[in-house]
Design a protein around this ligand. Structure first.
Ligand SMILES: C[S@@+](CC[C@H](N)C(=O)[O-])C[C@H]1O[C@@H](n2cnc3c(N)ncnc32)[C@H](O)[C@@H]1O
Length: 202
């Protein structure tokens, strides 16, 4: 509940320094039917293009979802559907989406392998997972710091893992990666390594 209440305020500086630009770059080219997992308070809503034929936003946390619904309603985005599911199992048909969007979510899901299998199930062949995720560092000293802080951070930040090797997990799940690495300005150093781009469902 506290995370939901503070989330937008805590992210404001990072949004201004880099996240808002990255969100826009990733989401503006999307067309067709799009599902977003772990939508949180709905920060991405403003960046989706009007040409989408369907937009489904899913968020399991009721406090986050209440804010998401408020945002959808004040944007008068009547065509947007809001769902309550966990990304490990969503009550949606196979191959129903051209794109699945995940921004700062794969760090927090309880079962990342099951989430990636579910995303593959939901995507049409040739569809893409569009992602922006903070990940485990490549630098060994930063890796050690992330491992040391992770238990406390998970408790403080809604099960957010610092050390997830998300690119390797995507590859093992059978996605073809077109990702860039970057650093998230304005975030603590141990959360700053990010990957962003698309993972294609082959
Ligand atoms: C750090 S927030 C990111 C919110 C938003 N996507 C963004 O870009 O700002 C992580 C979100 O993932 C959601 N989440 C956690 N576990 C999840 C799961 N198993 N399935 C779907 N979403 C989950 C949380 O409720 C939270 O809203």
């Amino acid at each position: 509940m506290l995370q939901a209440a503070l989330y937008d305020r805590m992210m404001r500086r990072t949004e201004r320094l880099c996240l808002s630009r990255w969100r826009k770059e990733l989401l503006a080219p999307l067309r067709g039917e799009v599902l977003e997992i772990g939508s949180g308070t709905g920060i991405n809503l403003q960046y989706y293009p009007p040409q989408l034929s369907r937009l489904v936003l899913s968020e399991p946390d009721p406090h986050m979802r209440r804010r998401l619904e408020q945002r959808v309603s004040s944007a008068q985005a009547h065509q947007v559907e809001v769902l309550s599911g966990h990304s490990e199992r969503l009550d949606l048909p196979d191959s129903g989406f051209d794109h699945v969007v995940s921004t700062l979510v794969l760090c927090s899901v309880a079962d990342v392998e099951q989430t990636l299998a579910e995303i593959r199930r939901l995507l049409r062949p040739g569809g893409s997972l569009v992602l922006l995720e903070h990940v485990g560092a490549e630098d060994p000293a930063l890796q050690r710091l992330q491992a040391c802080l992770e238990p406390a951070w998970k408790w403080l930040a809604g099960n957010c893992h610092l050390t997830r090797p998300t690119a390797q997990l995507l590859q093992s799940a059978g996605f073809k990666l077109e990702l860039e690495q970057d650093l998230m300005s304005g975030a603590p150093g141990f959360v700053s390594p990010v990957i962003k781009g698309v993972a294609l469902r082959t």
